[in-house]
Design a protein around this ligand. Structure first.
Ligand code: ATP
Ligand code: MG
Ligand code: MG
Length: 377
């Protein structure tokens, strides 16, 4: 069986690696050149895109910002999972907010800005602490502006007046005072079965994910259940098939959805060693209509992103239950180069292991790690 993935980054590569033991071959589409490539070497396979669509048993994405004409072309085959509407809901914050409201899922208060004059009402509606997000093409905190006073908003007015807000509106969102950021990944099968992974706790730095810990500390059954219910409501209402990520803000026992990603997600990489079935294998199973796998956890996991850095001691793989996943990309500032999965039998021992790991890493590239290791211990 073959699966065709639109997007040719590390997520496609990890789907390829997870699919191989099932006898499933994954090819990737470089969405900028519209060529079919090998997901590891990124070299063209020589197969035309239309032939690859024909050959595939299922077609999916690793990147929600796939140009719409490519999505529609793939959809004509009847083999695209998740469906186009789900992908667009993850790619466009206006559609995403409509989806959340329709399903009465708590999310951050917001206004849609499609004319600069609407900026006048922002502070009255949302307060002075506001985050503006471009409704399309944002990731890792790019395409965002934060203000904490009305004066800062005035200063941004000129910059916003240069944007084509009719075409790509802004979402003005109230800055939330959350306790922590968590995410829920789960999968929905073609026959409507929903299986969730354990909640992960996510530490960001400058709008970018640095460390995830799963299961979260202080996990209560009610919190996990609340998140699972949000997941099931969303996935079912979208008739979603595949793995879906839901980013959440936790305030006490309340959960607010920040955004969704209609694909496998960085905050689910811990499942590669920390779970009976990884998110990548689960996604392949779902889009092919195979039975979903168990999401039982194997101990407690941390996932540490390696960002903009190649200078670390690779002997870190000598620490028991520490695993390196390297993507083979050229280094750039803020670029995700790889990640490290660390497994232990308790949060305290996970903290100890992270302390061991720190010895192998240049800490300036891992600003969240030491604090997290201490917290877990
Ligand atoms: P991703 O790489 O996760 O797709 P993104 O660019 O789509 O990121 P968001 O997830 O919307 O952006 O925001 C990035 C981060 O900014 C969040 O993880 C959170 O730390 C912070 N943030 C976003 N919205 C809010 C908010 N309303 N209140 C407080 N913090 C926020
Ligand atoms: Mg996003
Ligand atoms: Mg996000």
């Amino acid at each position: 069986m073959k699966v065709l993935v639109y997007g040719s980054g590390q997520l496609a590569q990890m789907m390829y690696l997870a699919a191989a033991p099932l006898g499933v071959i994954v090819s990737a589409v470089d969405v900028f050149t519209e060529t079919v490539v090998d997901p590891v070497s990124k070299k063209p396979t020589g197969v035309s895109l239309s032939q690859a669509i024909y050959d595939a048993s299922a077609i999916t994405i690793e990147f929600e910002h796939v140009p719409e004409h490519l999505l529609l072309e793939a959809d004509k085959s009847g083999k695209l999972y998740p469906n186009v509407a789900s992908i667009l809901a993850g790619a466009d914050r206006v559609r995403e907010k409509v989806l959340l409201s329709k399903n009465k899922i708590p999310n951050c208060d917001y206004l849609i800005i499609n004319h600069v004059d609407q900026l006048d009402g922002v502070v009255a509606a949302l307060g002075e602490k506001v985050i503006f997000k471009a409704s399309r093409d944002g990731y890792d905190g790019y395409g965002q502006w934060r203000i904490s006073t009305a004066a800062e908003l005035l200063a941004l007015r000129h910059e916003f007046s240069l944007l084509d807000l009719k075409k790509v509106p802004l979402i003005a969102e109230k800055m939330m005072q959350f306790e922590r950021e968590i995410s829920l990944l789960g999968a929905r099968s073609k026959d409507g079965r929903v299986v969730c992974f354990s909640l992960a706790e996510n530490l960001h730095h400058e709008g970018q994910l640095h460390v995830s810990v799963a299961p979260i500390t202080k996990l209560s059954d009610t919190l996990q259940q609340k998140a699972n219910d949000i997941f099931a409501t969303l996935a079912t209402s979208m008739e979603y098939v595949g793995v879906l990520a839901v980013e959440l803000f936790q305030c006490g026992e309340e959960l607010y959805v920040n955004e969704i990603a209609p694909r496998v997600h960085n905050s689910g990489h811990w499942t590669q060693q920390g779970c009976s079935t990884s998110q990548f294998e689960q996604h392949i199973r779902a889009v092919l209509g195979l039975p979903l796998g168990s999401t039982e956890v194997i101990g407690v996991s941390a996932m540490v992103n390696i960002i903009g850095c190649t200078t670390f001691n690779r002997d870190l793989i000598g620490i028991p239950n520490v695993h390196l996943h390297w993507y083979g990309k050229e280094v750039r500032v803020k670029r995700k180069m790889g990640h490290i999965n660390v497994i232990a039998d308790s949060h305290a021992n996970l903290g100890l292991k992270l302390k061991q790991l720190i010895e192998f890493l240049p800490l300036e590239h891992f600003p969240k790690l030491e604090g997290e290791a201490t917290r877990l211990q």
